[in-house]
Design a binder for this molecule. Sequence first.
Ligand code: THU
Length: 284
Amino acid sequence: MSNKVSESTLLAIAAAARARAYAPYSRFAVGAALLTAGGAVFAGANMENASYGLTVCAERVALWNARLAGHHRFSKLAVVADSSPPPAPCGACRQVILELAGDIEVVMGNLQGEIVRRSARELLPLPFTGDLLPGEAALPAAAAGDLWRLPLALRPIGRVRSSLTRPSEVPGRYKPLLSEIHLDPELEEGLYRIEEESRIIVIGYLHLAEDYVLKGERSGRGGEVYGVFACRTPYRPNPISMTEVDLVERRGHVLIVRGLDLIDGTPVLDLKTVIPPTGKQEAR
Ligand code: THU
């Protein structure tokens, strides 16, 4: 099922992850993107330190990120830097890739589009493995009931194109403003027959909202104080928005919608149809 994410998308995700590198010492930013067997992607970027030897490469950050989210089966790792030839994983990363991900394909790319492909085993032909060690590996405590507390990883499916460019420009009340949702072209097939809908639900990720407040003034109610779950403030523990909009038109992977309260560039997490009302409202 991993063919759901193409190699070029995986490379694009790795290239995007480079922007999150912390590389003030080498000034060599590296991004990595690891594809799971089920089609999810986990990113990584190199994290340097003033104590140079503490630096961790992009590949290991991606691997640890994915393992921590519970993934064990992988199919491909993309690594991108601004270098020619493209960056090859360091020896330490080769060892970690092989142990945590197995003999996956490693795709190395650069910003000019050069690509080098090798299997993990080709990169590390004679690996040191834990099989040589005497003891049994320690297992983590059995299925912790608190796993629900772990953060979840979500993949945006597209983004908003709007004339609203700042959060302060978003109207507090409904405005029949037209905006566009540009779906990732790879997911276009998922829009099949969406034209039959006149209203759809757009779930967005409020990427500029960094913090949350549990209680605050609620706009549109005379500034009275409400809990975060009792209003629509963007400052939420999970900065997720949900808006029902008119679907005006579909042009390939682009949807034109009316009434969306999201600014230009907002990542879209999901699109859904509206549940039609079933006659009479049930008594409460
Ligand atoms: N680096 C990676 O992140 N991945 C590689 O494949 C090679 C090297 C990082 C480590 C360090 O932050 C910088 O690149 C220079 O070595």
